[in-house]
Design a protein around this ligand. Structure first.
Ligand SMILES: *Cc1c(COP(=O)(O)O)cnc(C)c1O
Length: 384
């Protein structure tokens, strides 16, 4: 199935992302069973169009596999999911100061509150709609992004408890170093979180608590509380050093469009940074940095072609790259995997990230591009 893109005159993949929904379900089942073992529910985080995998399809798969909440960064993302038919609990956590909260209240979307200003605006939207708004108070426990600073927390909690137009459903925070298990900041943040909860209890509130991202869901059952918020692990990318049975859901593929023989001494691509040391066969692949292959991978990447890894010769261009095939000659149209599950020695998004000094989150999230076709594959429910 084509997603979003224009009608195409080709069926071989030019630049194509294949998302394996069975892998998403497998991952969510693993995460939600860990959460359930501590009595927690699972919020599948599908912000940024499901980390580049497609929020609607991922959300549907996640809910089938045991998630009971959806989490997004913005109210626009949440409303898009409501329009797509999702009626499940949903939390949205970051908008600009002029955001209109009326649709959030009307469409039963939970929103995060970090200040009395936000509280007042949400309460007035609720009054306008004639229904209480569902809010999650956010405490900053040490990440210093959004969230209420500890010194303003008692005032915020008191104001929320006294505000008849809101229902305080949750209390939450976010960890800075959960992907480094044992990092002392994790316990320090957990301690501040506990102190903040005591303030809530003193104000007569006992909302559900949530703190754990993927890494903490996998490694810190003591921090699961009533709800966990995994994102990256849903997509099969493992944020912690220990091995986990996660399956990468995204494969990025293309096809061979031309092969040619060149002689020793000939150079390849812009800047002539690569020169053949022997006569060799090149395969041209029509993907480049406009399709999500970082140009900084030039000279440092290989692709999976005909069952083996082959190096990319020279610079990655806007629309194409060239693979050195030695004395092998791939068929025209042969599949080229840029990154995928890692099985059989295939490259992975994680490997790309490590090579260029970023995280795999950025690689997969960056694959949402107009020229990259997105396709979904699935397996029968009972086989995964
Ligand atoms: C993105 C995000 C998550 C999910 O984090 P992962 O590391 O992808 O599991 C959880 N909570 C908040 C507030 C987020 O912004």
């Amino acid at each position: 199935m084509l997603w979003g893109g224009p009608v195409s005159v080709t069926s071989l993949p030019r630049a194509e992302v294949v998302v394996d929904l069975a892998a998403v379900r497998h991952n969510v089942r693993l995460l939600s069973s860990r959460a359930a073992a501590s009595g927690a529910e699972t919020m599948a985080v599908v912000k940024a169009d499901g980390y580049g995998h497609g929020a609607v399809r991922v959300a549907r798969a996640a809910l089938e596999a045991g998630a009971t909440w959806l989490g997004v960064a913005s109210l626009d993302e949440a409303l898009a999911l409501r329009r797509a038919g999702f009626t499940t609990r949903m939390l949205s956590w970051l908008d600009t100061p002029d955001v209109d909260y009326v649709p959030a209240v009307r469409h039963d979307i939970d929103v995060s509150v970090s200040s009395t200003r936000e509280l007042a605006r949400i309460a007035s939207a609720a009054a306008e709609v004639g229904r209480r708004a569902r809010i999650h108070l956010k405490i900053d426990t040490g990440l210093s992004r959004n969230g209420c600073p500890a010194e303003l927390w008692p005032e915020l909690v008191k104001a929320a408890a006294a505000e008849g137009n809101v229902e305080v459903v949750g209390m939450w925070s976010h960890l800075a170093c959960a992907d480094e298990p044992g990092h002392p900041s994790i316990d320090a943040q957990a301690k501040r979180f506990a102190t903040a909860y005591d303030v809530m209890r003193d104000a007569g509130l006992s909302p559900l608590r949530h703190l754990a991202n993927s890494a903490a869901t996998l490694t810190r059952p003591d921090l699961h509380f009533e709800l966990v918020r995994p994102g990256i692990a849903i997509y099969g990318l493992n944020p912690v050093p220990q091995r986990e049975d996660l399956r990468p859901a995204m494969t990025f593929r293309s096809s061979v469009v031309l092969t040619k023989r060149i002689s020793a001494g000939e150079s390849v691509s812009y800047g002539r940074t690569w020169t053949a040391s022997r006569d060799t066969t090149l395969a041209l692949v029509p993907v480049g940095y406009a399709d999500g292959v970082p140009r900084t991978l030039s000279g440092r990447m290989s692709v999976w072609l005909d069952g083996v890894r082959r190096p990319v010769a020279g610079r990655v261009c806007m629309d194409q790259l060239v693979v050195d095939c030695g004395d092998d000659e791939p068929e025209l149209g042969a599949e080229v995997v840029l990154f995928g599950t890692g099985e059989n020695g295939m490259p992975t998004a994680t490997e790309w990230a490590e090579t260029i000094g970023t995280i795999d989150y950025e690689i997969v999230t960056g694959m949402y591009r107009p020229r990259v076709r997105r396709r979904y594959v699935d397996a029968p429910r009972d086989s995964v």
